[in-house]
Structures are given as C-alpha cells and as structure tokens.
Design a protein around this ligand. Structure first.
Ligand code: GTQ
Ligand code: FE2
Length: 362
C-alpha cells in the first residue's frame, strides 16, 4: 500500500479504500492467513475489477520489409522437419516472452520454402492462416488440400490433422493466428503427431468450397459445427465482395466497408474463438474514432496509409502488421484504396457478454 499524493493505491497500483496507517496493524494477521493460503481481497480488489480495460498488450507495428530478412535467415538456420513449424512469433512488446500478439491470441509468421513440408499434427487449438506472400503452397486439413494465394483466409479447425507444403519455386509466408492461450487458460490442450509426414488425401481439392461455399448445403446436412466447413476463403472472391459493395453504398463512418467471414451453417463468425474480417477503406476516406474491447491484430493487404492508435501513429503498407489494444481509440486513414484483414477474440467476448464498443462522433 502506497500513499500517492493523497490517492491511496493498493498493491496492484489501483486506488484503494483501505487506510494505509491502519494496515500496519493488520500485517501480522495477513501473515498468519497466508500460511493457510488465504489473502485479503481488499488489498487487490480494484486491480482485479478495474474501472475500465487495462490492456497489458501495447500498440505495436511490424514493418514487413524489416521482418522478411529474419524470416529468410530462419530458413538457413532450421528446417520445418526439425522445427515442426518454422515460425517467428510476433511478440507484443507489452507481453515479452509470452508468444502473444494480443493478450488472448497468438500471431506468428510461418515461412516454407519450395519443396519443404511441415509435418502432419493436430491439436485442440484452432488456427487461421492469412497468406502474405508466395503462391501455390498448400495446406491439407482433414484429408483435403487447398492451394493458398496471397490474401486467402484459411482455417484449421480444432483437432483436425494438418500439414503444409510448398510445391512452387518461391518462398511462401503467411500469418498464423491461434487461440492456444485461450485453450491454456482452461488447461484444455491436447496435441498429437501423425506417424507419417503427410496425411492421406481423402477428398479432392475444392470439395469443401463446392459443398458449402456456393450458397448451397448438402440437403440433409444437419451438423452445425462451430467452425466453418469452408476452410479457404479465397481473396479473389472476398476482394470482389468488398469492391462491389463499395460501388452501391456509402462507407460506414467507423469501419469503411467491413465484412466478417461467416460460417454458412450458423451465420456466426467463421471460427468459434477468433473473429476475422476484411475491410476496404476507400481512397480519401478517414474512419471516425472507434474503440472496442477486442484487442485486434491487422494485416495490411493492399494500399498505403496510417492509423492513429492511442497517441501513436503507424504508417503502413502492404504486408505490415499492427495491433490495436482493447479500448484504445483508433482512426484509420488510407492514402489510396486500402484493404485490411483483422482478427480478434470478439467472438468469445460476445458469447460471454463482455464485448463493448464506443463509436466517436462523426
Ligand atoms: O501451422 O500447424 O504458428 O500448430 C503455431 C502452431 C503454426 C501450424 C503455428 C501450429 C502451427
Ligand atoms: Fe498446427
């Protein structure tokens, strides 16, 4: 307990109602209580139940032209066979050493060179891939391959076997977003390696998108899996949706043209633990101030511009990645037509009735 110029702060640095002088007479009691694994709530209460979000993750920006040389150097140091996954983790500077891009989610850049294979495994944690550079690499999920191109959004559902390979003649890099920190919050993680490098193909490429991605469903399909059965949302398709929409209506003041990836079985977000969307910010448009409780990681897909995140300004270009923490006000200002991909834990917060947003004046 410290006395900070008239404000009494508790051991978590929050304003406290507790009298610091009287506290001294209680320390012997606290010591005895501690031996029974008991502790006084009144010393920590306002740090546990804060007046508003106090994100530990910080606003952050990774410039891709600074990151890429490290990815290529990683390829000289280690193979995917040895690493299992050759990934450089995007470590939020407010959460060093924790493998977190935001407080709840993982972000990393995975690189796979021509001819390489990242071996088959499965785990409870779900993954998204957002393709940054390269072409004609594949990921196989539960026996079906999909070829990945820049801008594609690919899902690896919980506990599905998956491997990745690059059959092109150029390196491929994608962003991995995973929910393992959420899984680990509940101590619910399992993982398993497959006895062979690759998993047998049981369906031809394109099956999932044909059966579920054409506004059709197999007529008696009844299961409502919480993860979308479409596991690749190709960019040529999603980009067209944004641009065509932009020709028929005005942009939303706070979001521009922002569309969420959805699960066609439920209409909900595409993944049960990670919200994902694609956002077109037209040239000359500036978003109105906005904040929400889902700390968000953005990937710049197209365009140049800047975003004010709290009191920092991030200048960005294609492939850059930046983070807007919970309840920090953000304004995006593109220089030309820009497309951003975003992911956050909003879908979880909505289910739990935590999620809040605040739209600034327009
Ligand atoms: O590609 O399977 O960045 O399992 C972290 C964990 C990627 C993957 C990561 C994973 C993967
Ligand atoms: Fe994995």
């Amino acid at each position: 307990m410290i006395n900070d110029g008239g404000n009494v702060l508790d051991t978590t640095g929050m304003v406290s109602t507790v009298d610091p002088i009287a506290e001294e007479g209680r320390f012997a009691f606290y010591e005895r209580a501690r031996s029974e694994n008991l502790a006084p709530l009144w010393r920590v209460l306002h740090g546990l139940v804060t007046e508003e979000p106090r994100p530990r993750c910080a606003p952050a920006l990774w410039k891709y032209d600074r990151v890429r040389p490290y990815l290529m150097e990683a390829c000289e140091h280690i193979s995917p066979a040895e690493a299992e996954r050759r990934v450089l983790v995007l470590e939020n500077p407010g959460l060093p050493g924790q493998s977190r891009i935001t407080q709840s989610l993982f972000g990393g850049l995975q690189v796979i060179l021509p001819g390489e294979v990242a071996p088959t495994h499965r785990h409870v944690a779900s993954a998204l891939r957002f393709i940054i550079e390269g072409r004609d690499a594949y990921t196989a999920v539960a026996g079906e391959k999909t070829t990945m191109e820049p801008g594609d959004f690919v899902i690896t559902p919980s506990m599905t076997w998956h491997d990745h390979g690059n059959e092109s003649d150029v390196p491929m890099v994608w962003l991995d977003g995973l929910d393992m920190h959420v899984v680990n919050l509940f101590a619910a993680s399992f993982r398993e390696g497959y006895p062979h490098t690759t998993h047998p193909q049981t369906r031809p490429e394109g099956t999932a998108i044909a059966e579920f991605g054409s506004n059709l469903l197999p007529v008696d399909h009844s299961g409502k899996s919480q993860t979308s059965p479409i596991f690749n949302y190709p960019y040529h398709h999603t980009r067209e949706a944004l641009y065509k929409s932009s020709r028929v209506r005005d942009p939303d003041y706070w979001h521009g043209y922002k569309m969420r990836y959805s699960n066609p079985l439920t209409g909900d977000w595409a993944m049960p633990t990670i919200s994902t969307w694609l956002q077109l910010l037209p040239a000359g448009f500036k978003t109105a101030a906005y904040r929400s409780t889902d700390s968000t990681a953005y990937v710049v897909v197209e365009g140049y511009g800047k975003s004010r995140v709290g009191n920092q300004v991030f200048e960005w270009q294609p492939h850059d990645i930046f983070v807007v923490p919970s309840w920090v006000t953000c304004v995006h200002e593109p220089m030309n037509d820009a497309v951003l991909f975003g992911y956050s834990d909003r879908v979880i917060q909505e289910k739990l009735d935590f999620w809040r947003e605040e739209k600034g004046h327009v």
